[in-house]
Design a protein around this ligand. Sequence first.
Ligand code: TXA
Ligand code: MG
Length: 322
Amino acid sequence: MQTETVAAGSAYALSRAVELLRAGEIVALPTETVYGLAADAFNPSAVAKIFEAKERPHFNPLIVHLPDRDALEEIADVEGDLVTRLIERFWPGPLTIVLPKRGRIPPIVTAGLETVAVRMSRNPVFARIIGAFGRALAAPSANRFGHISSTSATHVRDELQGRTSLIVDGGATEHGIESTILQVMREQIRILRRGPVTSEMLAEFGPIAETVSSGRIIAPGQLPSHYAPRAKLFVVTNLDSFSVSTGKKTAALSFRSRPRSGTFSITRQLSKRGDLREAAVNLFGMLRELDACHPDLIVAELVPEEGLGLAINERLLRAAAS
Ligand code: TXA
Ligand code: MG
């Protein structure tokens, strides 16, 4: 399969993406979080192509993206006032909500679960394409299973060249990490995956339930070994106290301070000014850059445990777990 990359601004990008989606093909599109690999959510054989391209296990359900708020009714049951208030506040935006599923979504999308994860992207390119398509798209992150998510069209190419016919290049994504996923249970908010909508932002809307331990998989994709670079990754609280073994090519990812020169073969700083938003935007791209130098080891420093920092650390710890 030839992979064509087109600039988001062109009229051709829009018409070609819609044409391919209508024909039951998969298309890589930018969202405000990370790039997604999209297919018609109501076409099971189109959705099967996503699993094939990503080499993703079929027990791992996909997020359904909506063209508009009205499209929600045929996909999920909206129960309770809290869900409605969260939707009103955060959609369109980087928040995914797990809701009881309605019949029409094919089981391949939800991996046979009784629930469906739904969101509505605020990215203007994504919004235009899904709007013109006119129905829901199933779209996981545009990377091969277990790899780091893609925050640029180049990353998507590196991951899915020859596996998707179209990549719509909308530039670097705004948030750089995947959407927050939550579920409302007994009028409490349970965060299944941390993301750009932080628990501080959610706390205004209702009580946040303690996250259950990862033993039981509520979000099947929350396997510990997610986001793995090829190199072994090691997480530390302070890079300065890390002693590098001689003869080992060691890469360092720091938050704001510059790693000691002469110690590490290659270094990246997530945010020189110590801004967690900037750090989130840089996270996956910098991990890819370090990994591309084929180090023996990547040492990553945890960021402050506040706001977005929790979401960033969650991803670093997952990358280290593999
Ligand atoms: O920002 C994002 O959410 C990106 C963009 C492309 O929308 N998508 C994304 O999709 O990160 P993916 O497939 O890489 O991660 C979705 C996560 C998976 O861990 C999956 O297991 C979980 O959502 N999930 C999907 N449906 C679920 C459900 N019904 N219940 C619980 N977790 C679910
Ligand atoms: Mg993913």
